[in-house]
Design a protein around this ligand. Structure first.
Ligand SMILES: Nc1ncnc2c1ncn2[C@@H]1O[C@H](COP(=O)(O)OP(=O)(O)OP(=O)(O)O)[C@@H](O)[C@H]1O
Ligand SMILES: O=C(O)[C@H](O)COP(=O)(O)O
Length: 398
């Protein structure tokens, strides 16, 4: 049984609350391109403030080395606009400056501490007991009374800010965490056949999930798209042109080709794109995967119309559709077709679940409505939907 905010007296209590506000950025990373994940946590943060807690907010943005790896200053500004309570920002996470910022909070005040991943340990995976001995947890825990985890979207990571604090402080689930676990924990009861559409760019995560849902008999069909689909095509021996190979190699997905190949050899339930869309002479151009594209083409940036027709047919006969990751570079209208058409088909299914930060941003950008549940989590929702446990949730139970 998880303890929740219902089990807490919060007046004057120093709460460290881990949320997931990892978001698409804009304006050279000075602003947010989408604030949905921040909005999702307003309920928990407002409740903490209204009930008189002194709130230290912990969160990450991006991954070290990626373009969207940035400070949380813009996130703090936006939270200040979204909440009735005052939200400050501190450009430190666990140093003396951070401890002073937390110790100086009045009841009902919040401070957003700096991106936890600015510190190397936070981008490593630990057993909970070891995570409790990291600099972050050792540095910050002494000024906190309790820990609340509302970061469902990051709960599949066993990083210090997610699994270390409950070793040292009483741990509670926030409102987002509670709701997501209620809905996504019941996947085995959803209508069948169950179809998973796995797109986006987190290839390693998606390959692992595909294996898991097929092994456990949770998925009747796995449709692949986006970079995940491209890697599966390469694993099956397709030629997608030098630009796609270069993209896959440069982004570190090359090693996933063998894993995807093993999966395709083991399971017939996985479908790969029939055609892809590339940019040729500034225009969208669809190429069948057995037609070797010219060297001058861009990488494959979307699935093509033949893939959409075939996949839509599978989706239309599904009882449950689970979507994670866009089918293409939906941020560019030219390459948003596959995502728009497949997601529209999925929204019409009897039961539909959407997971993923960019996935949720895509449905809003494309104006698609009608899904049964839009999760704040991508990898986390898939981990749960694959029947696996979430380390950050297990840490709260311990
Ligand atoms: N063919 C493609 N080539 C390059 N990028 C692609 C392609 N297809 C999709 N993408 C990119 O994938 C990104 C989203 O992938 P990602 O796996 O992060 O999805 P997500 O919904 O955010 O999931 P999570 O919440 O797990 O991060 C988008 O920025 C999109 O442009
Ligand atoms: O966007 C996500 O899925 C979560 O914020 C976790 O991010 P990560 O995949 O970089 O750990």
């Amino acid at each position: 049984m998880l303890q929740t905010l219902d089990d807490l007296d919060l007046e004057g209590v120093a709460v460290g609350v881990r949320i997931d506000i990892n978001s698409p950025l804009a304006n050279g990373n000075d602003g947010l391109a989408d604030d949905a994940r921040l909005r999702a946590h307003v309920e928990t943060l407002s409740e903490l403030a209204e009930r008189g807690a002194r709130v230290a907010v912990l969160a990450h943005q991006g991954r070290p080395g990626d373009d969207d790896f940035s400070t949380l200053a813009a996130h703090a500004d936006r939270l200040d606009e979204l909440l009735d309570a005052p939200v400050g920002y501190c450009d430190a996470t666990f140093s003396a400056a951070a401890r002073e910022a937390v110790a100086g909070l009045d009841p009902g005040d919040l401070v957003v501490l700096e991106n936890t991943r600015f510190y190397a340990e936070e981008y490593m995976e630990f057993e909970a007991a070891d995570a409790a001995n990291t600099h972050l947890v050792e540095g910050l825990a002494p000024v906190l009374d309790v820990y609340v985890n509302d970061a469902f979207a990051a709960a599949h990571r066993s990083q210090p800010s997610l699994v270390g604090f409950p070793e040292r402080l009483p741990g509670y689930a926030g409102r987002v965490m509670e709701r997501e676990l209620d809905v996504l924990g019941a996947i085995e009861e959803t209508p069948t056949p169950r179809v998973y559409l796995l797109g986006g760019a987190k290839v390693g995560d998606s390959v692992g999930v595909a294996r898991s849902v097929l092994e456990r008999g949770l998925a009747d069909t796995v449709l692949t798209a986006g970079v995940v689909g491209n890697v599966c095509l390469l694993a099956g021996g397709a030629e997608l042109g030098p630009a796609t190979s270069e993209f896959v190699y440069d982004h570190g997905y090359w090693d996933e080709i063998d894993r995807a190949g093993d999966l395709l050899d083991t399971y017939d339930e996985i479908e790969v794109p029939r055609d892809v869309a590339v940019e040729r002479d500034g225009e969208r151009h669809e190429v069948a995967v057995d037609e070797f594209p010219p060297a001058a083409d861009s990488p494959a940036m979307d699935v093509g119309g033949r893939t959409v027709s075939a996949y839509a047919e599978v989706i239309e006969s599904a009882g449950t559709v689970i979507l994670n990751g866009p089918a293409g570079v939906f941020e560019e209208e030219t390459f948003a077709h596959g995502t728009r058409d497949l997601y529209t088909a999925a929204a019409g299914a009897e039961y539909s679940i959407v997971g993923g930060g960019d996935t949720a941003a895509a449905i809003r950008q494309l104006g698609i409505e009608g899904f049964s549940h839009v999760s704040t989590g991508g990898g986390a929702s898939l981990t749960l939907l694959a029947g696996d446990s979430l380390p950050a949730v297990e840490a709260l139970r311990a």
